[in-house]
Design a protein around this ligand. Structure first.
Ligand code: IMP
Length: 446
């Protein structure tokens, strides 16, 4: 037990992380915003504008995609580190949008080694999804966010034509790289019979403009972070997307293209995971998923619709309705293991009020065998049947509750089952969207 007690009075660990334990949209934005109050720097290390973090402050709702949600606390360094893929147009839009709403943007810095999502990456993302989804026998589309994430990371791995943020300030290098990338992309477009072509000069000219606007924020964030650590500053790493979407440990191939667990912090920032003292795993009190891929506890009936409606389960990034289902503890326990989670944040518990009974998946059946192991392989996971435990529901509105022991007995029982199964204490409970609708607790694992 790490003794989290919130911004008022809690002595933060020096390096902490917040990660999602399901398929994204767990409410990490709110948890990061909350914990950011006690940290000096908040760092994004993976993903790009595919992420959508929502934070509600007073009557205002902020949706962030690229900028660390901790920026809303003001007076913080907000670092977009090298592991992120940055769409400069989206970033500038976000800076402008937040700035015009009075958010202090002076602390935002951007790694010169983050990769740039170029227009041809977004085009290729859409093209790929379109071609593969049209083929009914293949049904091979991933259902991406169409933000160019996969093609940008693929280009990073291919190397020669990949543009990094620092290249936006070096016209010669930029032109050379864009030329390589466009040679390949235009050949691909020709091969698939698409009339679209990318003009190197046009792409370069736009990218240089973006570079000029972002220049004051661009720096070597690896040295910056090590300097902060050396000065005993408190650093919070903010995972985007989530564990079950991780390219190595998620439900492959229905995943995103980056390392979205706490394991991604090292490569994504240049700061060793050895420095992490605390990893908060954020999980919804139920399950959701957007895009394709297996989801053992999905409900395609009226109960699923009710969860979607009560939880406003529509994507922050794409507006797509999310697939909804009961809590899958087999999946959550696996995710906690991968991340080395030290504490849980259970969000959206209020959405479960009003259900007569609550089901929780605690094992799977596959080929006639029971197992409590998760399979991060889509074809295998597709074949499991979830086995549920049924718990009594609660009807009370819990939006005003601020102490764990004031929760209805059935809600407390639900949280205890989570702790016992995952063997990690619940430290934060979300009882509504607002910043203060948060319960901090010192739970015991029994
Ligand atoms: P991509 O990251 O756009 O390539 O999409 C790959 C898969 O990950 C799709 O199913 C997306 O819906 C999903 N995905 C990516 N980022 C997020 C996120 O932040 N929340 C939820 N789903 C996500």
């Amino acid at each position: 037990m790490t003794g989290l007690s919130g911004p008022a009075g809690h002595e933060a660990n020096q390096c902490s992380a917040v990660v999602g334990l399901q398929w994204g949209d767990e409410g990490k934005g709110k948890v990061v915003d909350y914990l950011a109050a006690e940290h000096d720097a908040i760092v994004r290390y993976n993903g790009g504008a595919n992420a959508g973090h929502t934070v509600v402050i007073g009557q205002e709702r902020f949706a962030l995609h690229l900028i660390p949600s901790g920026i809303l606390q003001g007076n913080k360094l907000a670092v977009i580190a090298n592991g992120v893929v940055v769409d400069p147009a989206k970033l500038l839009e976000e800076i402008e949008g937040l700035g015009s709403r009075g958010v202090d943007m002076s602390g935002l810095v951007l790694s010169d080694r983050a990769h740039v999502v170029m227009p041809y990456h977004k085009f290729e993302d859409a093209l790929r999804e379109r071609i593969l989804s049209q083929d009914s026998s293949a049904q091979a589309g991933i259902g991406t966010t169409l933000r160019g994430i996969g093609p940008c990371y693929a280009e990073k791995i291919q190397r020669a034509g990949a543009v990094r943020v620092g290249d936006l300030l070096r016209p010669d290098v930029l032109a050379q790289k864009v030329n390589i990338a466009c040679t390949y992309t235009n050949a691909l477009l020709e091969a698939v019979g698409d009339a679209k072509r990318f003009d190197v000069q046009e792409v370069v000219a736009t990218a240089i403009q973006y570079g000029k606007q972002l220049q004051p924020r661009i720096q070597d964030t690896t040295y910056l972070l090590h300097q902060l650590v050396g000065e005993r500053k408190r650093v919070l790493f903010e995972g985007a997307n989530a564990t079950l979407l991780d390219v190595d440990h998620g439900t492959y191939p229905y995943v995103t293209s980056s390392s979205s667990t706490a394991l991604g912090i090292g490569p994504g920032t240049g700061v060793s995971g050895r420095l992490l003292e605390e990893v908060i795993g954020v999980m919804k009190a139920y399950s959701t998923r957007v895009g394709r891929g297996p989801m053992p506890t999905e409900l395609t009936d009226a109960t699923g619709d009710l969860i979607r409606e009560k939880g406003h389960e529509f994507g922050t990034t794409t507006g797509r309705p999310r697939r909804c289902g009961w809590l899958d503890l087999v999946a959550v326990r696996y995710a906690a293991m991968i991340n080395g989670v030290t504490g849980l944040a259970v969000t959206l518990l209020d959405v479960l009020a009003g259900f007569e009974e609550l089901k929780v998946c605690t094992s799977y059946e596959i080929d006639g065998q029971r197992t409590d192991r998760f399979s991060p392989d889509a074809a295998t996971l597709d074949r499991v049947t979830p086995i549920f435990e049924t718990l009594p529901g609660f009807s009370e509105d819990i939006g005003q509750v601020r102490e764990r022991d004031e929760l209805p007995a059935a809600a407390q029982r639900y949280l205890e089952l989570i702790e016992q199964f995952v063997q990690v204490p619940v430290e934060i409970i979300g009882v509504g969207p607002a910043r203060d609708q948060t319960v901090l607790c010192g739970a015991q694992v029994g």
